[in-house]
Design a protein around this ligand. Structure first.
Ligand code: FPP
Length: 220
């Protein structure tokens, strides 16, 4: 969801208006995701490093998140969207924690789209926490404790970093970077990114599937 601040600054608006426009963009992308072929959508709303921002911006972001969950939950229920928030909860305000629990409970049976929202999230912390909770550490056990593997990771706003987002899960993710600021990122951009993803060859360290060997062709 990168670029909210620059989107606002470019229009002479305060950053908060960029974040509000970012919420509208999130609504549009959630609505468009199933038709674009997306079954699991994870939005990076607030990283554990975002606490370094000015207190007023942090408070505004937390308020936007709580309001988003409170207002969108009925629509998510209707649309079959399962909402899950990943990340730490112990530093979140009571209103936001309550909104998260209500949204997760009300939407638990949704099966059209699994919407994951990362809040106070750090991939490195989530790997450490998952590893610490496992009786025996193995790649498979850690993978299933952490969450689904990422197929496509889209970063908006011209940044070309992972910034502590879904690091384990993105081991073989296809990366799409776009200069489009998040508030301007719409369903057509999502569809274009999915199309680009589908055009990529995923080899997972293997070599490309070979064409039929010449000697075999001679036998035809
Ligand atoms: C990145 O843009 C955006 C954020 C750090 C916050 C995004 C979160 C919200 C808008 C809250 C609501 C979330 C949901 C999922 C409804 P930036 O501020 O880093 O922008 P910049 O890179 O232009 O400075």
């Amino acid at each position: 969801m990168d670029g909210n601040g620059r989107w606002a600054a470019g229009r002479g608006f305060p950053r908060l208006l960029g974040h509000r426009a970012g919420v509208q963009a999130a609504r549009r992308i959630v609505e468009a995701a199933p038709a674009a072929g997306v079954g699991i959508l994870t939005l990076f709303a607030f990283s554990s490093d975002n606490w370094r921002r000015p207190a007023a911006e942090v408070e505004a972001l937390m308020g936007l998140l709580a309001r988003y969950l409170e207002t969108e939950t009925p629509r998510c229920v209707e649309e079959g969207v399962r909402v899950q928030v990943i990340g730490r909860r112990d530093r979140l305000a009571g209103r936001l924690c309550a909104a998260i629990l209500d949204a997760e409970k009300a939407t638990a049976t949704g099966s059209r789209l699994w919407l994951r929202i990362a809040v106070d999230y750090s991939a490195r912390d989530s790997i450490l926490a998952a590893a610490a909770a496992l009786p025996e550490l193995s790649r498979d056990a850690l993978a299933s404790a952490i969450g689904p593997a990422v197929d496509l990771l889209i970063r908006t706003g011209g940044e070309r970093r992972l910034s502590d987002f879904l690091l384990w899960e993105s081991a073989y993710a296809e990366l799409v970077f776009t200069r489009t600021m998040w508030p301007d990122f719409g369903p057509a951009d999502l569809t274009a990114a999915v199309r680009e993803f589908r055009g990529r060859e995923r080899r997972y360290g293997a070599i490309p599937t070979p064409p039929r060997l010449r000697t075999e062709a001679w036998l035809d």
